[in-house]
Every structure is written in structure tokens, then in C-alpha cells.
Design a protein around this ligand. Structure first.
Ligand code: NAP
Length: 313
């Protein structure tokens, strides 16, 4: 237990958390950021950040994350790599426990993000960034004029397939059932796109290739028949998984107000239902989950934390 009381404690070190740190430190607030894994968040896995305004052409997600982290470092943020286990968010001084230590702060910003659900098939992890992706807006343009596969039968899969069809030669939606979970209107719309095909009653068994994803093994659910599709010579496949996303909010269940899908509910200034507790980035209930929206949320949350601290001195 340390006696120090930070102005701001940020939980989560992705683009939202690191941007909060930059803005909080710039406002002369003593700031601690706690991240359980690598700083950078989901963006760490993206092959290139092509749509961040003013971004560096060709820069990988890992390089971008490192730059963001060192930007926060340069303003003097204190960092801890540890998993938060418990907390007390009520009262003027909040307490966060991780790694067996307790940290106190006047304001807390939750920026824990969300994780895409993985398919869990052989080769999936190996080909992340080499064909396998969980973000069409981030990685779609890398598969211009190539064959792309989308897995899932929900709104995300079908909507993202329509986005990918603008770049790809052909998009095949692979879904395990014949009925779609996605809204009928969305499926009907996709069915009219000339370069979208549906492969229903089919599951993916294995992904492989020689450095890049070039082979996809499928199985017909009803017959168990396996087929392996191979990319044309010199080409590779795009393979996008949209089988659901999960916000990382288990820790806050019953404490911070969430919607029915466990995303944190905030107002437009990132305030949660608890005084002095803010949420920023993908963990929030919102429509567009991108680096640009995460960094904007982070900046707003930090400035709102500053106002909150001043008002409560
Ligand atoms: P979702 O609705 O939960 O759909 C996930 C899909 O992935 C389902 O079709 C499911 O198949 C399939 N799936 C799950 N695990 C799988 C596995 N291991 N192997 C193969 N397939 C698997 O997820 P979502 O599409 O991300 O949407 C989440 C929520 O956001 C939904 O409420 C959706 O309506 C909403 N959303 C709305 C919009 C919009 O309104 N424009 C856009 C995007 C998302 P089964 O159907 O067989 O279970």
C-alpha cells in the first residue's frame, strides 16, 4: 500500500488509455496507467494502420503502439504491467488493487477495450496479420483484387463482407448454419452484391500457407466432407473472423452501469454512472470502434477528469 494519491488512474493501455495518459499528464495531473499485457491493445496485431489521420504510411500496429507509448512516457506517466483484481470506485479517493498492491486515485478512467472472439481453429493464431484479421476497416484494403473469406452469420460478418467486397475480387461468407443471425434486410442486401458468395452449413477446420495464408480447409456440417481451397499461384487469401466481440468488463460487473452486451454506458463526455469514474475507447457502448475514436475518447476522458478533480478539491 502506497500513501500516494494519484490524480488519475487509467486501467488499460491501448490507444484510449495511452491518449488519456498523454492528456492527463499534459494537464499536470499525476497519472498512473495499469495494463495487464502489452501496451498498445488490439491495434498491436494490425499489419498496417492505414486510416489513422496523419499516420505514417506503412507503419505497423506494433510500431504505432510503441510510438504512442513513448509519447505518453515523454509526458511522465507512471506505468504498471499487472492485472487489476479488485477495486473500490466509490468515494472521493478510489482504490485499485493489482499485483498485491493498492493504488489510490481521485479519478479513474476505464479503457480496457474489447477482444474479438476467435474461431479457435488450427493455424488461426499463426496467420494473424498474415491473412487472418478481425477488422475489415483496418485490413480490408490489403486484399484488393484477392479472394477474401468472412466467417460468421451475424450483422458484423455480413456488413463487413459488404465493406470488403469493395476491395476484394470475391468475398465468400462462411457460416455454420443455413439460417443467418444477421437481420434479413442486411443479408438480402449482401446477396445482391455481385462479388459476394455464401457458403452455409460449413465450418473452417484449418488455415495454412507458406508464410502467408494460402490454404483453407472447410468441412460440410451435414456430411463431414472436407475440402481444401488453395489460393492461385503468387496470391494469398484474406480471412476475416466476425463471430462476436467481448468487452473486457467482467471486473466492473455490478459496479459500473453497462448495456445488455456488457459495454459500459457513458454520456458523450465519457462519464459513467459513478462520480469520478470515466470510460474511454472500445469498452464503451458506441457504434464505431477505431483507433481514431479511441484516442478521441481518451482525450475527452482525461480533460473531464481534470474538471472533476478541480470541482472536488
Ligand atoms: P453475433 O450476432 O453474436 O453473431 C456471431 C455469429 O458468429 C453468429 O452467426 C454465430 O453463429 C457465429 N459464430 C459464433 N461462434 C462461432 C464459431 N465458433 N464458429 C463459427 N461461427 C460462429 O455477433 P456480431 O455479428 O458481432 O454482432 C454482435 C451484436 O452487434 C449483435 O447484437 C448485432 O445485432 C450487433 N450489430 C449490429 C449492427 C447493426 O445494427 N448494423 C452491426 C454489427 C453488429 P450462429 O448464428 O450459428 O450462432
Amino acid at each position: 500500500m502506497t500513501d500516494k494519491i494519484y490524480d488519475v488512474i487509467i486501467i488499460g493501455g491501448g490507444p484510449a488509455g495511452l491518449s488519456s495518459a498523454i492528456y492527463a499528464c499534459r494537464a499536470n495531473l499525476s497519472t498512473l496507467i495499469i495494463e495487464k499485457a502489452a501496451f498498445g491493445g488490439n491495434i498491436f496485431q494490425t499489419s498496417e494502420i492505414a486510416n489513422y489521420p496523419g499516420g505514417i504510411s506503412g507503419e505497423t500496429g506494433a510500431e504505432f503502439s510503441a510510438r504512442l507509448e513513448s509519447h505518453a512516457d515523454s509526458f511522465g506517466v507512471e506505468k504498471i504491467q499487472s492485472e487489476v483484481t479488485t477495486m473500490d470506485l466509490f468515494g472521493d479517493v478510489k482504490e485499485i488493487v493489482c499485483g498485491g498492491n493498492s493504488y489510490k486515485g481521485r479519478a479513474v478512467i476505464v479503457a480496457t477495450g474489447c477482444v474479438p472472439t476467435q474461431l479457435g481453429v488450427k493455424g488461426e493464431n499463426e496467420y494473424i496479420g498474415l491473412g487472418v484479421s478481425y477488422c475489415a476497416i483496418c485490413d480490408g484494403p490489403f486484399f484488393s483484387n484477392l479472394d477474401v473469406f468472412v466467417v460468421g452469420g451475424g450483422d458484423s460478418a455480413v456488413e463487413e463482407a459488404m465493406f470488403l467486397a469493395k476491395f476484394a475480387r470475391k468475398v465468400t461468407i462462411i457460416h455454420r448454419r443455413s439460417e443467418f443471425r444477421a437481420a434479413k434486410s442486411i443479408v438480402e442486401h449482401a446477396a445482391k452484391v455481385p462479388n459476394i458468395e455464401f457458403k452455409t452449413g460449413t465450418v473452417v477446420r484449418e488455415l495454412s500457407g507458406d508464410g502467408l495464408l494460402q490454404k483453407i480447409t472447410l468441412e460440410e456440417v451435414e456430411t463431414g466432407k472436407e475440402t481444401t481451397i488453395e489460393a492461385a499461384a503468387g496470391e494469398n487469401f484474406g480471412f476475416f473472423v466476425f463471430v462476436g466481440m467481448k468487452p473486457q468488463t467482467e471486473l466492473f460487473t455490478g459496479i459500473i452501469e453497462m448495456d445488455e452486451r456488457q459495454y459500459i454506458i457513458t454520456d458523450e463526455n465519457m462519464h459513467t454512472n459513478i462520480s469520478g469514474v470515466f470510460a474511454a475507447g472500445d469498452v464503451r457502448r458506441k457504434r464505431l470502434r477505431q483507433v481514431v475514436t479511441a484516442t478521441a475518447d481518451g482525450a475527452i476522458a482525461a480533460i473531464e477528469a481534470e474538471v472533476y478533480i478541480q470541482d472536488n478539491l
